[in-house]
Write a protein that binds this ligand. Structure first.
Ligand SMILES: *[C@@H]1O[C@H](CO)[C@@H](O)[C@H](O)[C@H]1NC(C)=O
Ligand SMILES: *[C@@H]1O[C@H](CO)[C@@H](O)[C@H](O)[C@H]1NC(C)=O
Ligand SMILES: *[C@@H]1O[C@H](CO)[C@@H](O)[C@H](O)[C@H]1NC(C)=O
Length: 352
């Protein structure tokens, strides 16, 4: 499952840019911003360089919030609505039926403390609380009227990061042209306890939290993209391999072990993600989905990690343009001991 936020607001936080590699201490002053439910007109300014709080909102107006929570969960394109402050929960129920709910909020109050954030979506009875050091997130929902009651607890096992490096000031937050991305929890232990449409959905599993933002239309900049995350042995892995509409490839790799970053890079060649089998690269709208992906990651001094990702089930799909899967991984470093694990991953193919 994953817990994904797409929040759009710019907070002019002041902070010192030194000691950025140190985890923030508690007692850091908090800042709040209230976001009205309707889209603003006029210019929206996106922030693409990190300043001081990884999980603070990053645009001057909110467009959407998405909470994904389930072992197989995914991103769906949003239904048309004048409301921009929305809570979404998308889950596969044990009987295989998809449960998908959108609850409009009267307004959203986002508070940042240290690197973390908390959010109260007024009128939805849904909120999240994040710790200042990105170590814990808790989502609480109490909306029997919408068939959603429960909690989601996430304890981080991997340091938060940006597309090209660790959490510190001055880092680029652009993962692809005009698309900002911050990965607060690349891997974590999740404890999920929900009742959805009267069905108990409770388990412990792998959790994740990121968010992305843009001041431009997604499809204007992205021709295709592969993203995913998973746990392979003791390694936590996050990958991005995007082909821009400009014909260039944009990548971001992240591998950590025992809560220490081994690599976090957006250098060309730091990672390569390609579809498995006979599925072509670059993918087109008309080409078939792959059965999985082959990933090669440069770990620097540790060598090269090779990962084979196999799709087990589709958690979300939209018109051949977007697919999200849950699956398994096998892999090794420098051809050594074979490791196994689980993954959640997606593909956009938006051009022909
Ligand atoms: C699965 O469970 C949900 C919730 O009880 C129910 O609405 C749905 O009809 C069920 N689907 C099937 C295929 O039984
Ligand atoms: C939120 O909780 C209140 C109090 O229990 C309830 O009256 C209201 O209907 C709930 N709102 C939603 C959206 O479920
Ligand atoms: C944001 O990123 C998540 C994965 O990190 C992905 O599921 C989603 O499609 C992205 N959306 C946009 C508009 O970039």
């Amino acid at each position: 499952m994953k817990f994904l936020l797409i929040i759009y607001i710019l907070l002019g936080l002041n902070c010192s840019s030194s000691n950025a590699l140190v985890r923030p201490r508690s007692g850091t002053a908090s800042k709040s911003r209230t976001i009205p439910p309707t889209a603003v007109t006029g210019d929206v300014t996106a922030n693409f360089e990190s300043e001081c709080s990884l999980d603070r909102p990053q645009l001057s107006a909110v467009n959407v919030i998405v909470f994904y929570t389930a072992s197989s969960s995914g991103f769906t394109f949003l239904p048309p609505s004048p409301d921009i402050t929305l809570f979404q929960l998308h889950s596969l129920l044990p009987n295989g039926t998809v449960f998908d709910v959108f609850i409009p909020a009267e307004e959203a109050v986002i508070t940042t403390v240290g690197e973390g954030s908390s959010g109260d979506f007024k009128g939805t009875n849904a909120s999240w609380t994040g710790s200042y050091d990105l170590q814990h997130y808790k989502i609480e929902v109490n909306s029997p009227a919408n068939g959603v009651v429960g909690t989601f607890n996430l304890r981080s096992l991997a340091p938060g990061h940006y597309p090209c490096g660790p959490v510190r000031s001055g880092e680029s937050m652009m993962v692809a042209p005009e698309i900002g991305w911050a990965n607060a929890v690349p891997d974590g232990d999740a404890d999920v306890d929900f009742t959805l449409a009267g069905v108990k959905v409770a388990f412990k599993g792998v959790g994740y939290h990121d968010k992305n933002w843009s001041d431009q239309v997604f499809t204007n900049n992205v021709a295709s993209w592969y993203w995913g995350h998973g746990r392979l042995g003791h390694y936590s892995i996050v990958w991005f391999d995007t082909l821009g509409t400009d014909g260039k490839e944009y990548v971001s790799s992240f591998v950590s072990k025992h809560d220490k970053i081994i690599v976090s890079s957006c250098d060309a060649g730091s990672i390569k993600v390609r579809p498995s089998g006979s599925s072509p690269y670059p993918p087109k709208i008309s080409t078939p989905n792959p059965s999985g992906f082959m990933i090669e990651i440069d770990l620097g001094e540790e060598g090269v990690m090779n990962v084979e990702v196999t799709a087990e089930a589709i958690s979300t799909a939209a018109d051949g343009l977007y697919t999200e899967w849950v699956g398994t991984m096998t892999g090794s470093v420098n051809g050594g001991e074979k490791m196994t694990g689980v993954a959640s991953f997606e593909m956009f193919k938006l051009t022909n």
